[in-house]
Ligand binder design. Structure first.
Ligand SMILES: O=C(O)CCC(=O)C(=O)O
Ligand SMILES: [Fe+2]
Length: 196
């Protein structure tokens, strides 16, 4: 996914403007939440700082496991009682072009508002262990490297794109993808208020 985080004078502070506290595993299907070892690879195309809305996280927070989420800020998937995280010592994930930010599936993270006058542009890719489901039906997984698939070698973007196009043929047509409800993890025993 590509993201354009809009500058401060923008009239639209919508979904691309801010991202609330969440864990990436929370939007996976039930099967994916159990079995998919998801790794988020976040790639900045513009230098990303506190001023233009970098992401923030809390060291070690992934050890709490998958937390309850609900439909929160502007309908986005958000950790329930995420206000409790604001009093914790956070780390600002500032990154330059050429860096990558790696996130564990249970790393709680959010991004702060863009207070600069320009766009913050990034892409985020999701990887999981070869053979696992992507955990998101409209976005199928495909092999880029596996010791059991020696015939697959991805050396350039064109090869990657060809594999992605082929994988997409098997998935829900794009025009229906927006109707696919984002699952949110809602098991009340995993509530942040009981775990912090
Ligand atoms: O770019 C952002 O502001 C948030 C990105 C994010 O949450 C993700 O890639 O998982
Ligand atoms: Fe995320």
């Amino acid at each position: 996914m590509r993201r354009f985080k809009l500058p401060k004078k923008s009239i639209f502070d919508g979904l691309s403007g801010r991202t609330p506290w969440h864990q990436d595993a929370a939007v996976l299907s039930t099967k994916g939440q159990k079995n998919t070892e998801l790794l988020t690879v976040w790639i900045p195309f513009t230098k990303t700082t506190k001023k233009n809305g970098c992401m923030i996280t809390i060291p070690g927070i992934n050890k709490l496991g998958l937390l309850n989420h609900h439909s929160g800020y502007k309908g986005q998937v958000e950790i329930k009682n995420s206000d409790l995280l604001n009093s914790k010592k956070v780390v600002y994930l500032e990154a330059d072009v050429g860096d990558v930010v790696l996130l564990h599936r249970h790393s709680a993270h959010c991004s702060i508002p863009n207070k600069s006058n320009s766009f913050r542009i990034s892409a985020d890719l999701r990887y999981n262990k070869a053979g696992q489901t992507s955990g998101r039906e409209p976005l199928p997984s495909f092999y880029v490297k596996s010791k059991n698939k020696k015939n697959i070698t991805v050396l350039n973007f064109k090869q990657w794109l060809a594999l992605w196009e082929k994988a997409k043929e098997k998935c829900i047509p794009r025009k229906y993808a927006f109707k696919y409800p984002l699952p949110t993890y809602k098991n009340s025993k995993r509530d942040l208020s009981k775990l912090l």
